[in-house]
Design a protein around this ligand. Structure first.
Ligand code: GTP
Ligand code: SPV
Ligand code: MN
Length: 589
């Protein structure tokens, strides 16, 4: 008798009509074979899916160039399909599930003709974790199959684990013909199902990542009493030998990966990474908040990554432990067959081609690497991976950080007065947009908890859920707002950022462990000057003051905008959030 899984795969094959079906086992041997297929058999337009890079300098590395229209998440083509539009909220594009299924069935009909359908069995989370989920994705391109091997725990054991159960998470993906007019990413939360067509790019195509581990999982968490968040997880070991675990939410391309891999410039402090993008937060048996990272790889922004900003990432990328590492849409140094991007150390190589394959030099007036070009590398290749990463229970969290890219107004760091005020700090988060999604770059948009593109249900209900979680915690983490991106009158960042961010983290862990006092302002608690460790940093008093200035006439505008933003969620918006907005408005008078 066929299992529910076998039946489902057969049904999808009947619809998409692949030439053959390939059940993946997640082994390294298989990864070599898939890379081989991507180099020799599969193509995007005229191009092979993979090109081998110089293995002397970049071990196990391969290059992938995507379809030129397919370089970032397509938020306007991303839908949540639930019969009740109100459940989905104004924060999502909505489509009725029946309509979505009809539309997609037409697009899927025969879309894999002449291609291979790969069946990818994978876990989100450690297989022994009570919080982990067993999943299956179908795809028709080796790039996605290999990427999923890096980003998740892929293994044929998952098929055994699913057995004849029906409640596994399902994803159907096809690149179709890459036509942006026939590109859709559809989520069916009630069925734990994702349907995606027309894109091979990360967040649109690696369905375990944003589609399942955030959009569907946030909905499951709402039903079941946990949180799925766009957060890094890290442990900070201090000179006393104590490790404090924290999570931090920041919008796409606003510094999560860099924070997760921070190389401390303060002696005696060391950061251990557990995750760089997604955290699942559960209330543990002791009433504390525990975090696991459901992923197993890093899908990071290449531009800006250098020995100066993120030396740990460069050594991770050059590690040969886990096969393979991928580079997508970077530029290429032709003579040395190496990837290159803006911000990488040293001068641009002489003989270069850009991410679209055209000759490039510094006078070309364009970027050589696509601004959202990325690398895909196993988390196990990082020497700073926390020994607790594979702990099925996760790690207990003492502080939660919300950040955004704000050139004005928001101070370097502030602490919430309490959990409810902390939820407000998260809810009011705004950020200047980046290249991680296909939209205009550099305009301010509200992005509550950095979850605007990823919260799979009504954001008003989501804030309510956060408030409820706080009520159930015996020792709730303290909540912080940070901003590394405040600029001076010349548009230059005031704060050095990167490794220097440990100075802020040090204050946060001392506060979380009740070791230092703080100064009260109407927007939250900020450090007393003597408590922020600035040893070895050359920063003028004036610039430092600017990083912490709280100007209530500037805040008046902000507070009113926040309140207006909240109104769209109508009666789903918890009254506590309105109260916090009003408190802020009143303190501006
Ligand atoms: P996603 O993978 O899209 O979710 O992004 P992310 O939040 O992990 O962002 P990432 O760490 O990759 O950073 C994106 C960009 O921000 C890069 O170009 C970094 O160089 C830059 N960046 C990161 N941290 C800092 C910082 O502390 N200061 C400044 N000025 N820039 C930073
Ligand atoms: C993001 O955009 O937040 C990313 C990359 O982490 S993606 O996987 O495309 O979502
Ligand atoms: Mn992200």
């Amino acid at each position: 008798m066929a299992t529910a899984l076998e039946k489902w795969v057969e049904e999808q094959a009947n619809l998409t009509k692949p030439k053959k079906i390939y059940w993946c086992d997640g082994s390294e041997k298989e990864a070599h074979k898939l890379i081989e297929i991507g180099m020799k058999e599969e193509r995007i337009g005229e191009q092979p899916v993979f090109q081998e890079l110089n293995h002397k300098n970049w071990p196990n590395s391969y290059y992938h160039r995507s379809h030129p229209t397919d370089v970032a998440r397509a938020e306007h083509l991303t839908f949540i399909c639930h019969p009740n539009k109100e459940v989905v909220g104004t924060n999502n594009n909505w489509m009725d599930p029946k309509e979505a299924k009809e539309k997609m069935t037409k697009l899927y009909d025969g879309c894999m003709r002449g291609r291979t359908m790969y069946v990818l069995p994978y876990m989100m989370g450690h297989p022994e974790s009570p919080y982990a989920k067993a999943c299956i994705q179908l795809t028709d391109i080796s790039y996605v199959a290999v990427s999923m091997r890096i980003m998740t725990r892929m293994s044929s054991d998952v098929i055994k684990k699913i057995g004849d159960k029906t409640d596994f998470v399902r994803g159907l993906h096809s690149v179709g013909d890459f036509d942006p007019n026939k590109r859709f990413i559809m989520h069916f939360p009630q069925e734990q199902l994702v349907w995606s067509i027309g894109s091979g790019y990360g967040g649109n195509a690696l369905l375990g990542k944003k589609c399942f581990a955030l959009r569907i999982a946030s909905w499951l968490g709402y039903q079941q009493g946990w949180l799925a968040e766009h957060m890094v997880i890290l442990g900070i070991k201090d000179p006393q030998g104590r490790t404090t675990y924290i999570t931090a939410a920041m919008p796409s391309a606003c510094g999560k990966t860099n924070l997760a891999m921070l190389k401390s410039i303060l002696p005696g402090y060391k950061v251990w990474m557990l995750g760089d993008d997604i955290a699942w937060l559960n209330i543990g048996p002791d009433g504390r908040l525990y975090a696991i990272n459901p992923e197993a790889g890093l899908f990071g922004v290449a531009p800006g990554t250098s020995l100066k900003t993120n030396p740990n990432m460069l050594s991770t990328l050059r590690n040969d432990k886990f096969y393979p590492t991928l580079f997508t849409n970077t530029a290429l140094d032709v003579d040395n067959n190496e990837p290159w991007w803006e911000g990488l150390d040293g001068n641009p190589p002489k003989n270069m081609i850009d991410w679209q394959g055209n000759p490039w030099n510094k006078d070309s007036g364009t970027k050589a690497a696509q601004p959202n070009s990325r690398f895909t590398v196993s988390i196990y290749n990082s020497s700073m991976l926390s020994p607790e990463y594979d702990n099925p229970r996760g790690v207990p969290i003492s502080a939660i950080i919300f950040g955004g890219r704000r050139t004005q107004l928001i101070p370097l760091v502030s602490e919430a007065f309490n959990w409810q005020h902390g939820v407000f700090l998260g809810a009011r988060t705004g950020s200047e947009t980046t290249a991680a999604a296909l939209h205009q770059v550099g305009v301010l948009r509200r992005d509550p908890m950095a979850m605007l593109p990823f919260c799979g249900y009504n954001m008003g209900d989501y804030f309510g859920h956060w408030l409820n979680i706080g009520k159930k915690l015996t020792q709730p983490p303290k909540i912080y707002s940070v901003n590394w991106f405040r600029t001076d009158d010349n548009g230059k960042f005031i704060w050095p950022g990167f490794g220097d961010n440990i100075r802020v983290l040090k204050w946060i862990i001392e506060r979380a462990n009740n070791e230092v006092e703080a100064k009260e302002t109407p927007i939250g608690l900020i450090p007393n000057k003597e408590d922020l460790d600035l040893s070895g940093l050359d920063i003028s008093e004036e610039r430092l003051n600017k990083l912490f200035s709280v100007n209530m006439s500037e805040w008046k505008n902000e507070a009113e905008e926040i309140k207006k933003y909240f109104e769209q969620f109508g009666s789903n918006m918890p009254k506590e959030m309105k109260q916090e907005a009003d408190k802020l408005i009143n303190s501006c008078k």
